[in-house]
Design a protein around this ligand. Structure first.
Ligand SMILES: Cc1cc2nc3c(=O)[nH]c(=O)nc-3n(C[C@H](O)[C@H](O)[C@H](O)COP(=O)(O)OP(=O)(O)OC[C@H]3O[C@@H](n4cnc5c(N)ncnc54)[C@H](O)[C@@H]3O)c2cc1C
Length: 383
């Protein structure tokens, strides 16, 4: 079998790339190879589904601004409302150095058109009376362009392609000739020759890159999400809060959703999706109870674990063409913010493949060159 473009992984990133390739008028054969069309263990399906403008790198602010516009215009495009709850993110700092980081990030965000406000403790208390602000030095709040939305709705929208072929199979090897991916081996025994190969394999991205002899510093890291109920709930209109402890929390209908970074964070077995229950009792509940009297009596009702595709160099995406293997493209390492980046990255990779260069947003800072030279392009706002 033969294809002009083979995409490994058909969740939100792979499907976004295919959708934009078609949208830009690419008329060659696109094949997505996806080993699990239920997407049950994909990051896309297990995501907390947030979008924010509050990043430390200008390009990430621009990517999310593109994303939020795209999400808002889904009803016109697909006839589907992606249910954006534009309730904002609220970052809290409790030290002077933490406040300084929020001020620096704020300058970058505002310069790039984000609607972020800095709030002192008195302003925080007035606007968010459910919070205990006595220890806080500053807050950073985005009243628009931030919130959460329907993750599977976005995936299903991007799956509305007309000519892209979808194969259910597992990519098990790549054959290279003269520094080009020539063909893709499939677990079923077949071979697919390709003109362009795109790695959109999520937390499995490093093993796909390794098939081409490429070392990609992306590993699966487990994150457990907990849904909980409060005896005395704050209003469902409160923003997504990021406590100085790193614990985050947001409304989910009549419930709340929360999570944190594990204390022993590191790579996990690709098949390990066991939720880490101890986090709720030992890290999350104490932090939330200290932050709000409303969170003193809470009970977890649902929980699940998913994998970040964690870029150990700088917690930022790796996008674009490999400098030597000229038909190998990356869309990897999103480190917990890839759902919201799917529209902009999908479009950017489609532009790079069809036009040879980025046209809408210049994602060059996220290129593989920095991985080769081990020069971090660090994102400080990783939740
Ligand atoms: C708990 C959690 C919370 C998150 N919260 C947010 C958030 O609030 N906001 C946000 O923007 N992002 C968030 N993310 C991150 C976001 O979900 C991901 O960055 C995004 O979904 C990445 O999409 P993807 O298509 O690259 O990867 P995935 O969704 O993981 O898809 C990769 C696909 O590749 C397939 N695949 C892998 N290897 C092969 C192979 N060899 N052959 C064939 N197919 C293969 C897999 O089956 C899978 O379907 C969160 C992630 C997690 C786990």
């Amino acid at each position: 079998m033969k294809a002009d473009i083979v995409i490994c992984g058909g969740a939100v990133i792979g499907s976004a790339i295919a959708w934009f390739l078609e949208d830009l008028g690419f008329d060659g054969e696109i094949v997505i190879v996806e080993r699990d069309p239920s997407f049950a263990n994909s990051s896309t399906a297990l995501s907390a589904s947030g979008i924010r403008q509050q990043f430390s790198q200008a390009i990430n602010v621009q990517i999310s601004r593109f994303g939020v516009d795209f999400i808002k215009s889904a009803p016109d495009r697909w006839g589907v409302d992606l249910n954006l709850h534009e309730q904002g993110y609220l970052y809290l700092a409790n030290t002077e150095s933490g406040a300084q980081v929020l001020r620096q990030n704020h300058a970058v965000q505002v310069e790039n058109g984000a609607d972020t406000l800095l709030l002192d403790p008195a302003q925080l208390a007035a606007q968010f009376p459910h919070l205990n602000v006595h220890d806080l030095t500053l807050g950073s709040f985005g009243p628009s362009g931030e919130g959460w939305f329907d993750n599977m709705g976005l995936l299903n929208g991007f799956r509305q392609t007309s000519d892209t072929k979808r194969i259910v199979d597992d990519i098990t090897g790549l054959t290279l000739t003269n520094n080009k991916v020539q063909s893709v081996q499939l677990a079923s025994g077949g071979t697919l020759s390709c003109g362009v190969f795109i790695n959109a394999a999520g937390p499995n991205a490093a093993s796909i890159a390794a098939m081409a002899g490429i070392e990609l510093p992306v590993e699966p890291r487990k994150r457990t999400n907990f849904m909980f109920d409060c005896a005395n709930s704050p209003p469902p209109t409160v923003p997504l809060m990021i406590d100085p402890t790193g614990v985050w929390c947001r409304p989910e209908g009549q419930h709340f959703l929360t999570g944190c970074c594990p204390t022993d964070d590191g790579p996990v077995d690709p098949d390990d999706f066991t939720p880490d229950h101890t986090q709720f009792e030992e890290i999350i509940w104490p932090a939330l109870a200290a932050r709000s009297v409303n969170f003193e009596a809470i009970k977890a009702s649902r929980f699940w674990a998913g994998h970040y595709a964690y870029n150990t160099l700088d917690q930022n995406a790796v996008t674009g063409r490999h400098p030597e293997i000229s038909n190998f493209f990356f869309a990897n390492g999103f480190s917990g913010h890839g759902l919201q980046q799917a529209p902009a990255v999908g479009r950017a990779i489609a532009e790079l493949v069809t036009a040879g260069s980025y046209q809408t947003l210049n994602l060059s800072p996220l290129g593989f060159e920095r991985i080769l030279s081990k020069t971090p392009f660090e994102e400080k706002c990783v939740i």
